[in-house]
Design a protein around this ligand. Structure first.
Ligand code: IPT
Length: 1000
């Protein structure tokens, strides 16, 4: 072993690095301070570096500093994205044995090398910065060992002044995939390695300003502040030339000071809706340092979160650094893409899950207006997996005892708290807080520090919390795992400002908020966006807005994680031969890996719209849900729809301060019995930093006369002249034009033909199965256990009546499954009219003990080339009983391909809730009550069977599903069970479907 043995020694975290300090880049002139690359003192070392990959650090040759190289790798990057090692996705499980502080002998290792030209000047210091290296780095300059550092998402800054010389210099970095620090980096992500953030050299003056901390206190009325500056030079302190400019670039003061203490009057406050920033300019001989600063006050009063004295709600997301191509390496442009998408979708807050982002990220958030929870690079979730559980015996043999369950739970918590308490790791946990807090302490957008994620609780976190509060009392502190208590320790929560949970239900929020509380309720993760998801976004919104004690939450998570596979498609856990893996649990984002918004994000956007309309006592009232802005910056476009058809429209402006209400001056149509809808669209008038003028912030749709239902005009009936032939198995019904075959064993039509042309390509059967969504991943076992995936129809009794204007078939039938009882009992009445109209009256009841149904309805196999259909329903996005705030009731057109949402892991998608009709040339369908419909090239079974969308093959038909009801979506992949009111759980129900074939 030729490396000094620091990587398994928790007492050695950094060797010869500068202390953690604020991030800033000195420039020579004020004019060049916008981009760091423009600074004369900044030299980027990014680029192609020589690289050698060793499957184990033991393979590193003794003379590795003399090695020649045959391969290169870009810096920054993750080596797994360049053909080395393999991708590996694991959530909670550690990817190596739990044996702290040791890591496997087979720990991979990357040897990096490059040359750089340098002309050292006397009286200058040279600081080599690595902004992110996973997991640890040994640095060598000109073949001399300089230092060592860990903490993947922290800057490691080495002073290499004494190692560089004139001319060509060589730099070697040995990077190990794992070190003792990896026990604290067990975040739910693809595990990638290498130098993944920028590398650069800073030239500094001999006695340079290493750190500064801007502090200020606002007075009670928030219009005056006193600003002070704490500075740290590497040698003796000295006066700086300090200048402050207002957001409008007017000088507020300029002075020479060692200890600044300056009053500022008429303060213009910063908040995310209007991020006003002052400019602080520090001049220190040849260096100019520019620091933007916003004034704002974050506090908790009587359990309510206040920003600038105003209660606010976080409309947040959890964001990982992740890209299918570049992995953890995120450029400024990529980050900007995320922030722009977030602004477009009404997101105002980000939790940097579960580590600090690049140092310039929070600077961008200051400027663009986002609230940040800056999380320290700590997660040791895998320790909770040490609890060994007996495999479950048969439920009949399990003389169940709750004491045992409680014991296992406590043992799991005790294991979970391993690093939170182990004195060996105390320093490491504190160091990770310092790396986070010291670096970003001058950032306005950072309102909250987070101790980390899912690492249990105990003395080490209590000490870390105390340190943070002493160092920076101006911000709030969050840590969710503090709800877990070790059996040998009583939690001290005095330094934590929130009661934080993850994945609690809307009812959990209500429950907490019903009691008087001193801390706000913060959902640091909620509404798990896995696959077709976020069906509960509206219910959470309601809960957040119901109580002042709830301060909103952070959806898990912003983007799907999936690197590209060799076939050019997205891959998830297990697709790379990785083990143990957590499958597609990494595909749980509001946007796809390459940033295409999912319907999830559109649902969240409209739920989070800053304006909401309601119809009350003949009036249309708008509520302003901005925390600070007046609605006078918006135009409100309205349009009336009569029976789905566009009628009068117009544009309105209102004046309404934040969190207030206003009546919309709009004249209602007379109640003429029609179905009247009012569509309202809220658009911003002027361009803002990330959004163009005319950007739609959201919409509402009001049903003004809900008692008026939309009706399909009946066809004039004509006398029937059907010929009826009945056998034990079939009933054949035909006239010159139409031919029907009715299957008496199943009680369904097996054939419908017009002029010899098949109108359905398979029997017209019932359907209860849906391809489980990711949110069905738990209930699917119950469903399968109940036989829902394997159900079929059978009839018991069929009677036929030839009436003067119709043929009527009455059936008693059921849906059943092998080895199970009946799932549904039917009384059916099929009515055939001579003009090709078929109605199916369904009266169903179901045994009360069975789990709720995925869906119930009819499935029609229509021709593959069906083409477009028109529907009057909630579109054009997919919509469900609990996920329809992204959609509007209206008349839309779609086809099977367009209607399919291609989730990487195929699942139920593309349904449309609340429909009045669907029609095409081949078929018109409607029902006695609004229904859900779906059009797809795939059957539910095909979507169930395939694990990747790119393996799907068309069924050869267009599958039209007409559902009495489709159960909701929820977010149960990691969240509460689907709420009762969204389940198809009624013990009996009735519906009549009407089908009119061959419209042409
Ligand atoms: C929890 C984690 O905090 C997050 O990193 C992610 O794993 C998420 O939920 C699920 O996607 S872990 C969960 C088991 C509570």
């Amino acid at each position: 072993m030729i490396l000094p043995h620091y990587f398994e020694d928790p007492s050695v975290l950094h060797l010869n690095t500068t202390p953690h300090h604020a991030y800033f880049i000195p420039h020579q002139r004020l004019e060049t301070t916008e981009e760091r690359e423009a600074s004369d003192y900044f030299t980027s070392l990014n680029g192609d570096w020589d690289f050698h990959y060793y499957p184990s650090y033991h393979d590193l040759p003794e003379d590795f500093l003399k090695q020649s190289f045959s391969q290169q790798i870009p810096v920054p990057s993750n080596w797994q994205n360049h053909g080395f090692d393999q991708h590996h996705y694991t959530n909670i499980n550690y990817p190596f044995p739990f044996d702290p502080p040791f890591v496997p002998n087979q720990t991979p290792c990357g040897l990096y090398h490059r040359h750089f030209e340098w002309s050292p000047q006397r009286e200058q210091r040279y600081l080599l910065n690595f902004e992110g290296v996973d997991a640890c780095i040994y640095l060598y300059i000109n073949e001399q060992f300089v230092g060592y550092s860990q903490v993947s998402h922290a800057t490691a800054e080495f002073d290499i002044t004494d190692y560089v010389h004139h001319g060509q210099n060589s730099l070697h970095a040995v990077v190990l995939k794992w070190c003792d620090g990896s026990y604290l980096e067990d975040q739910d992500k693809f595990r990638m390695s290498g130098i993944f953030r920028d590398v650069y050299l800073l030239s500094r003056q001999a006695n340079y300003l290493q750190d500064f901390f801007i502090r200020y206190t606002l007075n009670e009325t928030l219009d005056e502040t006193t600003i002070s500056l704490e500075t740290t030079f590497i040698h003796e302190s000295r006066a700086l030339d300090i200048q402050l400019l207002s957001p409008q670039n007017v000088e507020i003061f300029r002075q020479q000071a060692v200890n600044l203490e300056e009053k500022i009057a008429n303060v213009q406050l910063w908040q995310a809706e209007n991020p006003l920033l002052y400019t602080l300019i520090l001049r220190d001989n040849d260096e100019v340092i520019v620091q933007k600063i916003g004034f704002r006050k974050i506090e908790v009063k009587e359990g309510v979160l206040l920003l600038n004295g105003q209660p606010i709600k976080f409309k947040g997301v959890n964001r990982h650094d992740s890209d299918p191509k570049t992995g953890y390496t995120i450029s400024y442009a990529q980050a900007l893409t995320d922030l722009k998408l977030m602004k477009q979708h009404n997101i105002n807050a980000i939790r940097t899950a579960h580590y600090p982002n690049a140092p310039w990220f929070s600077e961008l958030c200051d400027k663009l207006g986002f609230y940040l929870i800056n999380e320290s690079d700590v997660e040791s979730h895998g320790a909770s997996m040490l609890t060994v559980r007996q495999p479950e015996p048969s439920i009949l043999l399990n003389h169940e005892n709750d004491l045992e369950t409680a014991r296992i739970r406590q043992e799991t918590i005790d294991n979970f708290c391993y690093f939170a308490r182990d004195p060996q790791f105390k320093q490491a946990i504190l160091d990770r807080q310092k790396a986070n807090i010291e670096r970003d302490k001058n950032r306005t957008s950072v309102l909250i520090w987070s101790l980390g994620n899912e690492s249990g609780y105990g003395e080490n976190f209590e000490a870390a919390a105390a340190w943070i509060k002493a160092r920076d009392p101006s911000r709030l502190l969050h840590y969710e795992s503090a709800i877990y208590q070790h059996s040998q320790h009583k939690n001290d929560l005095q330094h934590l400002d929130f009661y934080s949970e993850m994945y609690g239900s809307p009812q959990d929020i209500e429950r907490y908020c019903q009691q008087p509380q001193s801390k706000p309720f913060l959902l640091c993760e909620y509404s798990h966006a896995m696959g077709n998801s976020n069906g509960d976004a509206e219910d959470y919104w309601q809960a957040f807005h119901h109580s002042p004690l709830a301060c909103g939450g952070f959806v898990w998570e912003w983007c799907d994680h999936a690197p590209y596979r060799e076939n050019g498609q997205f891959g998830y856990g297990g697709d790379f031969g990785d083990s143990p893996n957590d499958g597609n649990f990494c595909m749980d984002g509001l946007v796809s890996p390459d940033r295409i918004p999912h319907s999830n994000l559109r649902e969240l956007k409209n739920v989070n719209r800053p304006v909401r309309a309601r119809y009350q006592d003949g009036k249309i009232i708008l509520t302003n849900y901005f925390d600070f802005s007046n609605l006078n910056t918006l135009s409100i476009y309205y349009q009336w729809l009569e029976n789905g058809m566009p009628m009068q429209s117009g544009k309105l402006k209102v004046n309404c301060p934040a969190q207030a209400e206003v009546q919309l001056p709009i004249i209602l149509p007379e109640n003429n019995g029609s179905h009247w809808l009012l569509n309202l669209s809220y658009q911003q008038n002027e361009e803002t930093a990330l959004l163009p003028a005319g950007h739609e912030l959201g919409f509402d749709q009001l049903n003004i006369y809900p008692q008026n239902v939309f009706k399909i005009a009946p066809l004039a009936s004509i006398r029937t002249q059907f010929k009826i032939e009945e056998s034990a198995q079939f009933i054949k019904i035909d006239n010159q034009e139409w031919r029907y075959h009715f299957d008496k064993q199943k009680g369904i039509f097996s054939k419908i033909e017009k002029a010899g042309k098949a109108q359905i390509e398979q029997p017209l059967d019932f359907q209860i199965w849906r391809s489980p969504t990711d949110n069905d991943r738990l209930i699917r076992h119950t469903w399968q256990n109940a036989g829902y995936d394997n159900a079929y129809t059978r009839a018991y009794q069929t009677t036929i009546n030839h009436l003067s204007q119709a043929v009527e078939i009455r059936v008693k039938s059921a849906i059943l499954s092998v080895a199970r009882g009946r799932i549904l009992n039917f009384d059916l009445c099929y009515t055939l009219l001579a003009n090709g109209q078929l109605s199916i009256q369904i009266q169903a009841d179901r045994p009360a003990h069975l789990p709720f149904l995925p869906r119930f309805g009819l499935r029609c196999y229509l021709p593959k080339n069906l083409g477009e259909v028109e529907y009057f329903g909630y579109g054009e996005d997919e919509s469900y009983i609990d996920k329809h705030h992204l959609a509007k009731l209206g008349i839309y057109r779609t086809d099977a391909i367009k209607n399919h949402t291609d989730y990487v892991k195929p699942q139920e998608n593309g349904s449309h809730w609340g429909c009045y009709y669907v029609k095409s040339d081949a078929l018109m369908a409607w029902a006695s009550a609004p229904f859900s419909f779906n059009l797809s090239p795939y059957t539910a079974e095909m979507l169930t069977e395939k694990t990747h969308c790119y393996d799907l093959e068309s069924s050869g038909h267009t599958i039209l599903s007409l559902d009495y009801k489709m159960s909701g979506i929820g977010s149960n992949s990691c969240g509460p069970n689907l709420a009762e009111q969204y389940r198809l759980n009624e013990s009996s129900f009735e519906i009549t479907f009407y089908l009119r074939f061959s419209q042409t």
